[in-house]
Design a binder for this molecule. Structure first.
Ligand SMILES: Cc1cc2nc3c(=O)[nH]c(=O)nc-3n(C[C@H](O)[C@H](O)[C@H](O)COP(=O)(O)OP(=O)(O)OC[C@H]3O[C@@H](n4cnc5c(N)ncnc54)[C@H](O)[C@@H]3O)c2cc1C
Length: 387
């Protein structure tokens, strides 16, 4: 076993870290406070290849491996988790599924503008009555001679307001309920109307939108993968996407640890640094250990994916552990900072708010446990509710 990152992986990690320190971290509190989506930042990220990091160069990407892309998400999220999720959804949930499931024509047409950051990508599966149970979705795609007419509404779509390309799931077989009879489509911004910006607990530098699709006419060239087999696209996308969310959680936890450790060596009480108290040492030790454990799970899942090996169970374990760890340890970071931790003077309260979502999207913790249980028990039915 080799636990070292390669030279290329270390370089992209350093590149992202330097960029994040200069361009993201100093602005993150203000973006959080003002609920500001830093649209211009994604042009800069594109200039250094980070809007299509793991996309092959022939499609406009930087052509690095999947683990390198995971390192990018970790570093971006360490500076600002909202930026992290924007890039994660754009890449894992919109660009990569086109590369995996698209025709040559679809790849050549839709991927380069995404990989070059000219468009943002979005993933539109969730509806008001179809979250974990995504197979209950009701958005309809009705066939006509040259394609489909799509009508419906989607909820909580990350990047919705700023996206140029949507990977959207709609029911093509109206006679079949559940996951069968759903197809995946590639839509443009003009096919979609944004109806709402969600107010959230955290992740304020990202946008989360309700959208409606009002009898959008799309041709056959917009169908991704086979008709009525779109749920497979969704599940495969989430298998990989989850590793990105795990990396986001890891980055947030690392940021909390960095602040808490530095604070503990400076803050004094009872004539000592608080880092000299065993109670604080134990907290820091646990944080450091759990972050290490999460990192190993996340990098293993990323490595399996890039090797083309099965990663459903490992991705779910990485996401489940990293997200719960991030929520737990960002709370401990607040505790180490005492009253200051609860104020906006330090970023740890933002980390805590941002960490919480990683236990919910791309499959809640309850759903990750279900995915893992099905895998370890060898149950034949694929986790169709696995979001
Ligand atoms: C900020 C944000 C961004 C998002 N971005 C996107 C996006 O870009 N695209 C997109 O399509 N969606 C997106 N989502 C939706 C997200 O994926 C869903 O919120 C998530 O899948 C959970 O669905 P739900 O909220 O409907 O919860 P529900 O499914 O209603 O679940 C409620 C509770 O019941 C539990 N539960 C449900 N089913 C089971 C079960 N079988 N066993 C045990 N417990 C169960 C859940 O774990 C949870 O605790 C986003 C959500 C948020 C908040």
């Amino acid at each position: 076993m080799d636990f070292d990152l390669t030279q290329d992986q270390r370089e992209i990690q350093a590149l992202t870290r330097d960029f994040a320190r200069a361009e993201i971290e100093p602005n993150a509190s203000a973006w959080d406070r003002d609920h500001h989506f830093p649209r211009e930042l994604f042009g800069k990220l594109a200039e250094i290849g980070l809007m299509g990091a793991c996309v092959p160069e022939e499609y406009g990407g930087a052509g690095v491996d999947f683990l390198s892309y995971i390192l990018v998400l970790e570093e971006l999220s360490r500076a600002d988790a909202g930026v992290g999720v924007t890039v994660a959804v754009h890449t894992s949930a919109a660009t990569l599924p086109i590369l995996t499931h698209g025709t040559d024509e679809q790849k050549a047409r839709f991927v380069p503008p995404l990989a070059r950051g000219e468009h943002l990508g979005a993933f539109a599966l969730t509806e008001a009555d179809a979250g974990s149970d995504a197979g209950a979705l009701r958005t309809k795609a009705e066939p006509h001679d040259s394609g489909w007419t799509i009508t419906g509404a989607k909820q909580w779509i990350t990047n919705g307001r700023h996206a140029g390309t949507f990977l959207l799931f709609a029911r093509t077989d109206q006679q079949t309920a559940g996951a069968r009879g759903v197809s995946a489509f590639l839509l443009d911004a003009e096919h979609v109307r944004v109806t709402r910006d969600e107010e959230k607990l955290g992740l304020n530098s990202s946008v989360t939108n309700d959208i409606v699709i009002e009898a959008a006419e799309v041709g056959r060239d917009r169908l991704l993968h086979e008709e009525n087999r779109g749920f497979r696209v969704a599940m495969a996308t989430l298998d990989g996407g989850r590793i990105g969310i795990a990396a986001q959680a890891l980055g947030i936890a690392q940021a909390g640890y960095d602040v808490a450790r530095a604070y503990a060596t400076e803050r004094r009480a009872f004539g000592h640094r608080i880092a000299d108290f065993q109670a604080i040492q134990h907290k820091l030790a646990d944080m450091s250990m759990e972050i290490d454990a999460a990192r190993l799970l996340v990098y293993r899942a990323a490595w399996l994916k890039q090797e083309g090996r099965k990663h459903t169970e490992e991705g779910a374990k990485a996401k489940l552990f990293a997200s719960e760890m991030a929520r737990r340890q960002t709370a401990e970071a607040i505790q180490i900072l005492g009253g200051y931790g609860y104020t906006k003077e330090f970023p740890v309260e933002r980390y805590y708010r941002d960490a919480k979502i990683t236990e919910i999207y791309e499959g809640t913790s309850e759903i990750q446990r279900l995915v893992i249980a099905r895998s370890i028990l060898g149950l034949t039915e694929r986790a169709l509710v696995a979001r």
